[in-house]
Design a binder for this molecule. Sequence first.
Ligand code: UT7
Length: 343
Amino acid sequence: MVNAIITGTGFYVPPRVVTNDDLVREHGMETSDEWIQQRTGIRERRFAADGVGSADLGLAATEMAVADAGIEPRDLDMIIFATLSPEHCFPGSGVYLQDKLGLTAGDALRYVPCLDIRNQCSGFLYGTQVATALIRSGQHKRVLLVGAETHSHALDLSTRGRTVASLFGDGAGAVVFEASEEDRGVRGVWLGADGSHADVLSQPLWDISRFPFVEVDEQGVGHIPPSMLFAHMDGRTVFKHAVIKLAGALMQALGETRSTLEDIDLFMLHQANKRINEYVASKLNIPAHKVPHNIERYGNTTAATIPILLAEAQRDGTLQRGMRIALAAFGSGFTWGSAIIDW
Ligand code: UT7
């Protein structure tokens, strides 16, 4: 049987560090290091420079992942790009990444298909299911999955936007999935969604049911009110559903693979809020040392949190060949998912 194994990981975070105090000092946000750390565990996050977008961050992460896999970008059969902060409304960020990888001209020319995934915090899990299915079906041999976000350019960094803006940061993670006869790799992915909560965490920007879809003045300039321009969130509702769905998704993954908690070496959970993950771990009796975090350094990088975690854990030796790991994420939509991977 053909398995989808991860042969390369990579990550990139922009160099500019923004501490909780910087949000107060530089942006005048009425918040405090104490408030943010107590509620979320976040100490600092990274912000990309003006002119740098999600495909740029994704490029750096991809270069590391492809090198780690020992292949060239032109060896890829498919690019899957998960983001909620794409360069534009359309086309998706995948084609911009493909171009930046040098696949559209010269010796490396290869018209690798590109697919964008719009599943926010669970984008990496949804992408993992697609990549695994493409490989297991024999359709493709090598699939790149990137999660990359440039949140900072679309955050309301004033006090009005603090509930959302204090949580998010920029970054990218990438993995290469390859077809293999080895008895390891992705054992399963379990996904879910509940669209009745679609507006609880969203960034509408426009309403396509309206004619015109944004208000346009006599000069043809569109006007978007802050309530549509920036993401908004009912934090308590998200928190409540997140703990239930994350715990359920993990239990499902364990049940479907007949794994016990002891069989799982690491639980790589989406980094939305350290308290959410600690709560889930305590409810399921998962020891803290099996639940790595990097939210204190990067904040919530949405589609990028899990691939960044994987890439860092592989490099610092936390994640080793032969381990069985569980992945889980929950976010806007609501959408969620879990996976079991034998590394
Ligand atoms: O990956 C995306 C998924 N997102 C999540 O998983 C987030 C889930 N939710 C949460 O993590 C928490 O709900 C938050 C950390 C976002 C908020 O914590 P909370 O304890 O639920 O606070 P709250 O939203 O109920 O707000 C309490 C107060 C409000 O003030 P009033 O109305 O009581 O006067 C907020 O305006 O805290 C205020 N507040 C802040 N104060 C200082 C909200 N954000 C901030 C802030 N600094 N950054």
